[in-house]
Design a protein around this ligand. Sequence first.
Ligand SMILES: [Zn+2]
Length: 179
Amino acid sequence: MFHFCPSCASPKIRFEAHTLFRCPDCGFVYYHNIAAATGCIIDTDEGVLLLVRAKEPAQGKLDLPGGFVGPGEGAVEGLRRECREEIGWDPGPHFSFFTSFPNTYPYQGILYNTCDLFFTLSAPGLREEDLHRDPQEIGGIRFIKPAQMLMEDLAFDSTRRVMQAFLARQHPDLSPSMA
Ligand SMILES: [Zn+2]
């Protein structure tokens, strides 16, 4: 990522332990920490709300509402903001924590390691006409019933893992098709 130390411009800067950059010449240290990201399973009468990704990575694949937690935000605040930005809808603060998985997010040649935090929210009456998607980020909105959920249509390993865990809990009679 860095070919020169951002502090003294030494070319000897090294990436250590998958975690930090260290410059042996001036002692500069920069931690490439994991990023926290959120996702929410919004369960409605029409199915689970999924968003078509308009951008790489995984353009055209289905993802849950959510995104990176910003500086100064808690996970719930960040998720609520992402819902407002992505689908123009404020879900309120009453998410339930569901589970957490590690993920990786390649972006412009850099691999970010994330800690994905997943929440659930029951919104039985929510419909597409209640939502206003951001066309820059979201190519479409889908409500998918558990029986129609195809794992290969989902964007990320962590999305597949969380959806399988959710379906196993909510609908133990269904075994979702695997990619
Ligand atoms: Zn340096």
